[in-house]
Design a protein around this ligand. Structure first.
Ligand code: KIV
Length: 276
């Protein structure tokens, strides 16, 4: 250490795509969570999460839609701006919404540039395999890092018709392996695997040099991601097997709001100390 230089913990350093590659190489697991607004993103970043995903799951948990299909590029940019304002350390990845990249690599580049320029996000995430490789390559020409997303891809819900586990059959598992390799070769810095068998996620994670992040994909991925509102117990009607609830914030909010209503109705809030 140079005299006078302060020792900085690796946890205090800003996370970049290079940090994630190093974490994979050294076997350090990557912790990723979603966030969509300033206040929760501030808490999540302050607690030390490595990656914050401004997920298009905002369509479900922020807006109340049944699927991620309706959320727009403008909405995603707005949520990403709120998160970016809060974050000091984490790498912020922004989901490209349905209709902003499929089947048109020029549109994909235009959408990704809008996300980066207007929100200040650090990278984009995009769902799909070989069929979106052209879009990934074109986005990368602008120097925008791309995270892939394979397995259950919620933007294609109307094609599959169900949110069940993907790639259980051999043919689909082989296709997932090929897609993952194609995404790595196209230049993705990481790939999310959603709801696939743990054994398959393990095999593909070992095959790839880039880090894999699992949600319902077992413990052998290089990192894990959960939707913040699900793991905090704010959403109650979604209980897949892979979800671990770390808190019951729904219960805490319900109790607090009921107590407040009672106090207001009884005239015990505000008291003299809470008045001017
Ligand atoms: O939008 C989202 O929250 C996601 C995660 C489920 C990975 O894509």
């Amino acid at each position: 250490m140079v005299p006078g230089e302060q020792m900085v913990s690796s946890r205090a350093r800003k996370v970049t795509t290079n940090t994630l590659q190093e974490m994979k190489r050294s076997g350090e697991k990557i912790a990723m969570l979603t966030a969509y607004d300033y206040s929760l993103a501030r808490l999540v970043d302050g607690a030390g999460v490595d990656v914050i995903l401004v997920g298009d799951s905002a369509s479900n948990v922020m807006v109340g839609n049944d699927t991620t299909v309706p959320i727009t590029l403008d909405h995603m940019i707005y949520h990403a701006q709120c998160v970016i304002n809060a974050v000091d350390r984490a790498l912020v990845v922004v989901d490209m919404p349905f209709g902003s990249y499929q089947g048109d690599s020029k549109l994909a580049l235009k959408s990704a540039i809008r996300i980066m320029k207007e929100s200040g996000g650090h990278a984009v995430k995009i769902e799909g395999g070989k069929e979106i490789v052209d879009s990934i390559k074109r986005i990368l020409t602008a120097g925008i890092p791309v995270m892939g997303h394979l397995g259950l891809t919620p933007q294609s819900i109307y094609k599959f018709g169900t949110y069940s586990v993907r790639a259980k059959e051999e043919a689909e598992a082989e296709k997932l392996m090929e897609d993952a390799i194609a995404l790595q070769e196209a230049g993705c810095f990481s790939i999310v695997f959603e709801k696939i068998p743990a054994k398959l996620a393990d095999e593909v994670s070992k095959e790839l040099e880039i880090p894999t992040i699992g949600i319902g994909a077992g413990p052998e991925c290089d990192g894990q991601v959960l939707v913040l509102h699900d793991m905090l117990g704010i959403t109650k009607d979604f209980s897949p097997r892979f979800l671990r609830r770390y808190a019951d914030l729904g219960g805490v909010v319900d109790d607090a709001v009921r107590e407040y209503i009672e106090d207001v109705r009884q005239g015990s809030f505000p008291n003299s100390e809470e008045s001017y």
